[in-house]
Ligand binder design. Structure first.
Ligand SMILES: Cc1cc2nc3c(=O)[nH]c(=O)nc-3n(C[C@H](O)[C@H](O)[C@H](O)COP(=O)(O)OP(=O)(O)OC[C@H]3O[C@@H](n4cnc5c(N)ncnc54)[C@H](O)[C@@H]3O)c2cc1C
Length: 357
């Protein structure tokens, strides 16, 4: 959607096809790194009207509840995807973006330098297609992308809760086989979102039973769960979250956000990377459209090069850091590092984040 807004601002006709209807909840920790703020403000897309809490401290706890709090270098802000995505949707409509909602893309084909996009109810032709279809989509299956051939054990679960959580703090609590983030969004609500493994859930009758048996081993998590008011009837859940390497350009489709590569959620940087990749890509498309004798090969080469330079190391770093989570020995080590080797902890935080853009 952000790419479409930037293209529409440059008077390039843009269509967004979305299988759902705004607003809707999605599994996400809803912490957005402040590296995005200059860019969002420059496009009048910072969601000021929701008064998003500013998050400046980070608490890390091990499986046994040993914890340490550190200042965050850049920090971030908290806003629910329900509100933020809908806010962007309204902005996009005003900018002239056309939407086909509740319509699923079933097939994208490329022939004679032109795309045909087949949805559940129409067929469209386009010169350029941006793949912004997230971590896992029907389109990935249709394209036979490499990562989709492998099963992934990760499952994401999200709640909104009312609890006494400090508005400037993001906490990451380890439990066996996963980790759980908590930070505030608009209207004083808190987001509680965790990543676990399918195996953790299979061993129990339902999610609640698993939470009580596994997450409650961390006393800090038990305390949050026992004293919070849960605001959803049931949690939002997604399966098969894959952190495998992907390519930013495949079958001539220019991928942004999670469709290009997903960073492990503990980094809290997925949305910032999505926003940043849309900035890079839209800039290159605007240049490309303005040229006589458009060179698709050059556009693809430039985007793939810039994407890799900006994000490849961050994704790798995120995968390595994730190894420190979800097991007793490693999570204790991570907390001890945060307590005793501050420069190392700071270097890890820097390695998974970018600079303001
Ligand atoms: C547990 C968890 C916690 C996270 N916490 C954070 C966090 O705190 N901070 C952060 O920055 N990032 C976080 N992330 C990552 C973040 O959610 C993603 O990086 C971000 O949502 C990527 O945006 P996107 O636009 O690429 O994809 P999405 O936000 O997934 O959007 C893709 C859209 O495409 C639509 N779609 C898919 N297929 C089709 C189709 N065939 N036809 C039509 N529409 C389709 C979907 O309905 C969806 O709306 C977290 C992720 C997980 C799993």
């Amino acid at each position: 959607m952000l790419s479409a807004i930037q293209l529409a601002n440059a008077e390039i006709p843009a269509i967004v096809i979305e299988k759902k209807n705004y607003p809707f909840h999605r599994v996400c920790g809803e912490y957005i790194s402040n590296e995005t703020v200059p860019f969002l403000k420059s496009l009048n897309l910072f969601p000021e009207q929701y008064h998003p809490p500013q998050i400046r401290r980070f608490q890390l706890s091990s499986i046994t509840g040993k914890s340490q709090t550190l200042p965050l270098d850049l920090g971030g802000f908290g806003i629910s995807r329900y509100s933020f995505d809908n806010f962007l949707y309204e902005k996009a409509k005003k900018a002239g973006v056309e939407f086909f909602l509740k319509e699923e893309v079933e097939k994208i084909s490329f022939d004679q330098n032109q795309f045909t996009v087949k949805t559940s109810s129409r067929e469209l032709e386009a010169e350029i297609v941006i793949g912004a279809f997230g971590k896992r989509s029907k389109v990935d299956v249709q394209m036979k992308r490499e990562f989709i051939q492998k099963r992934s054990p990760y499952v994401g679960v999200k709640y909104h809760i009312n609890t006494q959580h400090p508005s400037d703090l993001i906490a990451l609590h380890n439990f066996r086989g996963g980790y759980c983030g908590i930070s505030n969004v608009e209207d004083g609500k808190s987001n509680l979102c965790y990543l676990t493994q399918r195996e953790n859930i299979r061993r129990f009758k339902n999610i609640r039973e698993m939470e009580e048996a596994v997450l409650f081993q961390n006393p800090l998590l038990k305390n949050i769960f026992m004293n919070a008011e849960f605001l959803f009837d049931k949690p939002e859940i997604i399966n098969e979250i894959s952190f495998e390497t992907k390519l930013p350009v495949e079958q001539h489709i220019l991928m942004t956000g999670d469709a290009a590569g997903m960073i492990t959620p503990l980094c809290g940087n997925g949305m910032a990377m999505g926003i940043h990749s849309s900035k890079i890509l839209s800039g290159l498309i605007i240049q490309h459209i303005g040229k006589i004798g458009r060179d698709r090969h050059l556009l693809e080469k430039k985007y793939a090069g810039e994407w890799k330079m900006q994000f490849r190391n961050r994704l790798w770093f995120g995968r390595q850091v994730q190894k420190l989570f979800g097991n007793e020995w490693a999570s204790n080590l991570a907390v001890n590092m945060a307590i005793n080797i501050r420069p190392l902890a700071n270097a890890i935080m820097k390695g998974t984040h970018g600079q303001p853009f």
